[in-house]
Design a protein around this ligand. Structure first.
Ligand SMILES: NC(=O)c1ccc[n+]([C@@H]2O[C@H](COP(=O)([O-])OP(=O)(O)OC[C@H]3O[C@@H](n4cnc5c(N)ncnc54)[C@H](O)[C@@H]3O)[C@@H](O)[C@H]2O)c1
Length: 256
């Protein structure tokens, strides 16, 4: 356990997959949570799990790629919970296709959610964190934010951007004791994105998660739980001397 009892977590993309497990893992730690997601039905199901663990959970239906909606969700969370201890920017979308086949609209969709979504939440929440001179931000990037891969140009470029934003903001906020880090998942199964990526991988003729499992040094694909544990650590005082880091949680698939 990481001493997070009573902390207030604002989490994006908490309806399914990694985000749902971040919510339940931090609820096990005793955090009250606000979930921002488009998928309100699954977000409410996550909220039920959080409440079963004895914590408060509120759901805000919003598109992270819409600044007015993001700003409204942050204000609603502050009204409901009082303050933000941890902002976890986890919502994201995947896209596959060779560069010449990616439409301009598709490229913009990926950047709107994966990059602008993180920027918008930081922009809306940082003034509050500055006033309190406290807080943690944990962004979900990817090991694809550290190396380009064929058929993943939009996704890779968006996750490189998340790491760049993480580093810049970390330097801006470090003097205030506010830490900003990213977690970089490897091949994580049992998520909506993985199902979508596997379907598209078959169409594109690139390997699926299971087909890549043999390349993972630890010998298995990852689970949402593996990422949630790292987020809990980065959200805690145990990570007080870490900022601007992009932590790989890949089973050894990537080591830089
Ligand atoms: N699964 C993997 O292998 C893997 C690997 C590396 C990084 N990631 C990252 O992990 C994060 C979570 O993905 P996941 O694998 O759990 O997939 P997922 O599809 O299960 O979760 C994504 C969540 O984001 C929400 N979301 C998507 N677009 C949104 C929008 N515009 N506004 C609000 N909410 C939105 C979805 O409703 C969902 O709840 C993503 O940032 C993803 O890029 C996943």
């Amino acid at each position: 356990m990481y001493g997070l009892n009573g902390r207030k977590l604002l989490l994006t993309g908490g309806a399914t997959g990694i985000g749902r497990r971040i919510a339940t893992r931090l609820a096990e730690e005793g955090c009250d949570i606000g979930i921002v997601d488009m998928n309100v039905v699954e977000a409410e199901a996550t909220a039920d799990l959080v409440e079963k663990a004895g914590c408060r959970c509120t759901v805000y239906q919003a598109n992270v790629g819409d600044y007015d909606a993001v700003s409204g969700a942050v204000q609603a969370f502050l009204r409901d919970h009082g303050h933000i201890d941890v902002l976890a920017n986890n919502a994201g979308v995947i896209s596959l296709g060779k560069v010449e086949d990616v439409s301009v609209e598709e490229w913009r969709r990926v950047f709107n959610v994966n990059v602008e979504g993180v920027f918008y939440f930081c922009k809306a929440a940082v003034p509050h964190l500055r006033t309190r001179k406290a807080g943690r931000i944990v962004n979900t990037a990817s090991w694809y934010g550290k190396i380009g891969k064929p058929h993943y140009s939009a996704y890779c470029a968006s996750k490189f951007a998340v790491i760049g934003l993480t580093q810049s903001l970390a330097m801006e906020l470090a003097p205030l004791g506010i830490n900003v880090n990213a977690v970089c998942p490897g091949t994580i199964v049992e998520t909506g994105m993985r199902d979508e990526a596997d379907k598209r991988s078959i169409q594109e003729g690139v390997p699926t998660a299971k087909q890549r499992e043999a390349q993972i040094p630890i010998g298995r694909v990852g689970l949402p739980e593996d990422i949630a544990r790292a987020v809990a650590f980065l959200a805690s005082d145990e990570a007080a001397y870490m900022t601007g880091q992009a932590i790989n949680v890949t089973g050894g698939l990537w080591m830089h």
